[in-house]
Design a protein around this ligand. Structure first.
Ligand code: NAD
Length: 300
């Protein structure tokens, strides 16, 4: 069925996601604080509005894809926010990566206003957003809500998983990204050590990838320049998933582990390593640049 879908946040991820909704024949009504992001979508057939409230007053369903918890709260609850313009029975889907507590707050507020809020953060990155092959980790209480959300999300992704109640999608997302950071740092450490011990990095990578140390960071996204083609490490660490966004996600995992009184010693160390990278200017580089950070001799 053709729906009128509101989309707020047309950045690296949201832009291509909204475009996929248009390609599948839906009407898209959009808002972003960036005029140029709105213009790009208009050129492909989207309709621009000048506030989240106006998007909400026209759409049947809304998807938000914003940088952080502050932007998400403001977009839903602020002046001219989604809650001030929406009608009864609306479904609101937030795909940003944010604190797991925020979706719980927003779901309670939405429910008091007769709407349903679902968290659905993604993994897969910009290429998967463009290809429409994202994984969505969905948090919502009942199966019928999940089924409505899934129908919409299938236009933008191919793996839509019900993780549990509201907030469960964010919980799954930050656990995965914490492990990714730890495995990327570990892979970078052993690649650097092996090279210093005289090993050819391609030989070392091929040994690890057919042995028990194998992981996504060593096999699909090796951090050492020249070991693999088509990954950020072989392209000056450009594109991909920025160290600044990874640092944000590690911070979310640390806040969640503090709240849950659960020890995460390696996650905590990974967070500190990425924070060190940010102050040294690695924030805009792909997160696999931790290899560069660990391996470069910095003469002061
Ligand atoms: P981005 O910075 O490229 O895009 C964010 C967009 O939101 C921008 O167009 C910006 O103008 C807009 N925006 C900011 N504040 C706004 C507001 N108050 N109202 C309306 N629009 C506003 O970020 P991105 O890479 O698209 O990431 C979005 C989210 O997805 C983040 O939470 C990120 O952690 C997560 N994520 C990113 C990736 C990735 O590989 N880039 C992968 C998975 C998840």
């Amino acid at each position: 069925d053709r729906s009128k879908i509101g989309f707020i946040g047309l950045g690296n991820m949201g832009g291509p996601m909204a475009l996929n909704l248009l390609k599948k024949g839906h009407e898209v009504v959009a808002f972003d604080i960036s005029k140029s992001a709105l213009k790009t979508l208009e050129e492909k057939g989207g309709i621009s509005k000048d506030s989240p409230a106006k998007v909400a007053s026209e759409a049947d369903i809304i998807v938000t894809m914003l940088p952080d918890s502050i932007c998400v709260r403001k977009t839903y609850t602020g002046e001219n926010g989604i809650f001030s313009g929406m009608s009864n029975g609306m479904m609101l889907i937030d795909s940003s990566t944010i604190e797991p507590e925020v979706p719980k707050e927003l779901a309670a507020l939405a429910s008091a206003k007769g709407a349903v809020f679902v968290d659905a953060p993604v993994s897969g990155g910009v290429n998967a957003a463009k290809a429409g092959s994202l994984t969505f980790m969905v948090g919502c209480t009942d199966v019928s809500t999940f089924s409505v959300a899934k129908d919409i999300l299938e236009n933008m992704g191919k793996n839509i998983v019900h993780c549990g109640p509201v907030g469960a999608g964010q919980a799954a997302k930050i656990c995965n990204n914490m492990l990714l950071a730890i495995s990327m740092i570990g892979t970078s450490e052993i690649m650097n050590l092996g090279i210093k011990l005289g090993l050819d990095p391609k030989v070392l990578a091929s040994i690890v990838n057919s042995s028990s140390g194998r992981c996504w960071s060593s096999e699909v996204y090796n951090p050492v320049p020249g070991v693999m083609d088509g990954v950020p490490s072989s392209n000056g660490y450009q594109g991909g998933f920025g160290s600044a966004l990874m640092t944000k996600d590690l911070g979310l995992a640390q806040s969640a582990s503090t709240a849950a009184k659960t020890p995460t010693p390696l996650g905590s160390l990974a967070h500190q390593i990425y924070k060190l990278m940010l102050v040294q200017g690695y924030g805009h580089l792909d997160f696999s640049s931790v290899f560069k950070f660990l391996s470069e001799d910095k003469k002061v």
